[in-house]
Design a protein around this ligand. Structure first.
Ligand code: ADP
Ligand code: ASP
Ligand code: MG
Length: 410
């Protein structure tokens, strides 16, 4: 079999852990499989590099930012290839460019257009382990690009799809996908299986255990995907097609996102075309707007609020400053101390009253809801950031997600 294994930042956080990864790769190889390993930068390294850039300027040029951020993964591929060689396992390390991970030019959040993978095939054919830098690619202009935070997951899935691998195993610091972040809800339950759609919602709503685009890519290209621990041999979570059993529960998971910010534009003239002017500007800059609320009109003006990823806030603010309506600048206010909590489940399609139950659970803990959005299989509420953990635990309990064996430890 051909197996793609991906190890995240904590799993390659120091030399001892890189040795642990080499041992795990060796175990799979010793079973007779071909292995491609994708690795992240050492834990904290990408944040450190972002911090360095921001010491110089608030909005660094994205092209140079990518060049900087891509260095973290270069370090770990080289070290892992050495650790494998040191064990007598032939291995070769490759950057994104070297394995032909071709992307568009949207620096810092580039999309993969194609993976040629020629060098990978040669490496595997020669009986070596291929070690690939996650999170990076190359644009048509031959510039280094990165795939958005957490993007090594996407590299792994895209490489698995290109090589038609039999499995894509994502090794991380938890042993699977849980009903909620196990760091916040100690009695969260590990899911044996989760549908692609639910995983996609959980990821896009903040559960960083898998990067959103990697789930989408795996779904589209039918890549068999599982999440496992780098530090134990527990069975992990399989991400698969939906089935009847999954629909029995209304809610499968609770998640949160602290990386959002709320922008409110006060007293916008209430006439056609204003919202379009504002939102076209923001989305034109490839900033993902999530929730939008327009208040009732009062004396010909209205307030519009919307959320954007916090990482894009500076840029969004700058764009707002360039807009004028009826020759007047916008009156913009920003709130960063917000969080979005969400419940997700394919069962919502057949269960009613989930929203009411969610609002009730938040009300019981006196948590005020600032914004609401729903889709077929999720409900999200924006709340004050300070109540995030309380809200996640309350929702986890309200929907009865705790594991039957562990009980509630609250
Ligand atoms: P890696 O560096 O291996 O890519 P990440 O930090 O990106 O790891 O993702 C793993 C983390 O995701 C876990 O440590 C956990 O805190 C967090 N997480 C959030 N929600 C969930 C969830 N529902 N199930 C499992 N882990 C979750
Ligand atoms: N190192 C990158 C990040 O921290 C990519 C990844 O770890 O997946 O976002
Ligand atoms: Mg990750």
């Amino acid at each position: 079999m051909l197996i793609v294994q991906k190890f995240g930042g904590t799993s390659v956080g120091d030399v001892a852990r890189i040795q642990n990864v080499a041992a795990r790769v060796n175990r799979v190889r010793a079973q007779g499989h071909q292995v491609v390993v994708v690795v992240s930068a050492m834990a904290g390294e990408t944040d450190r590099l972002v911090g360095l850039a921001h010491q110089i300027m608030e909005l660094p040029p994205p092209r140079e930012m990518d060049l900087l951020l891509s260095t973290g993964e270069r370090v770990t591929i080289a070290l892992l290839a050495m650790a494998l060689e040191a064990r007598g396992i032939p291995a070769q390390a490759f950057t994104g460019r070297q394995v032909g991970i071709e992307t568009d030019s949207e620096h810092t959040k580039a999309r993969i257009e194609r993976v040629t993978g020629e060098r990978l095939k040669e490496c595997l054919a020669a009986g070596s382990v291929a070690v690939v830098a996650g999170f990076q690619g190359i644009s048509r202009a031959s510039d280094v690009t990165t795939l958005g935070r957490g993007g090594s997951d996407l590299t792994a899935v895209a490489v698995a799809a290109a090589l038609q691998a039999d499995r894509c195993d994502i090794y991380t610091d938890v042993d699977g996908v849980y009903t909620a972040d196990p760091r916040i809800v100690s009695h969260a339950r590990k899911l044996d299986r989760i549908s692609f759609e639910e995983m996609l919602e959980l990821a896009s709503l903040g559960a960083k255990v898998l990067q959103t685009r990697s789930v989408l890519f795996a779904m589209r290209h039918n890549v068999p995907l599982q999440v496992l621990s780098s530090f134990s041999d527990e069975p992990g979570t399989l991400v698969t097609e939906e089935d009847k059993e999954m629909e029995q529960l209304a809610v499968s998971g609770v998640t949160y996102d602290r990386n959002q910010a709320k922008i409110t534009i006060h007293q916008v003239p209430d006439h056609p075309g204003v919202a379009s002017q504002i939102f076209q500007k923001v989305s034109g800059a490839n900033i993902l707007i999530d929730m939008i609320i327009q208040n009732v009109s009062h004396q010909g003006t209205t307030d519009i609020s919307f959320t954007v990823p916090r990482a894009d806030l500076s840029q969004a603010r700058k764009l707002m400053a360039d807009i004028s309506v009826d020759d007047k600048p916008l009156n913009v206010a920003v709130e960063e101390d917000i969080a979005k909590v969400s419940v997700v489940g394919v069962g919502m399609r057949s269960h009613s009253g989930v929203a009411a139950q969610m609002f009730d659970a938040l009300a019981k803990d006196k948590i005020n809801i600032l914004m609401i959005s729903t889709s077929e299989i999720k409900i999200s509420c924006v709340i004050n950031e300070r109540y995030t953990e309380l809200a996640v635990r309350a929702l986890h309990d309200a929907f009865g997600l705790a594991g039957p064996d562990k009980g509630k430890k609250k």
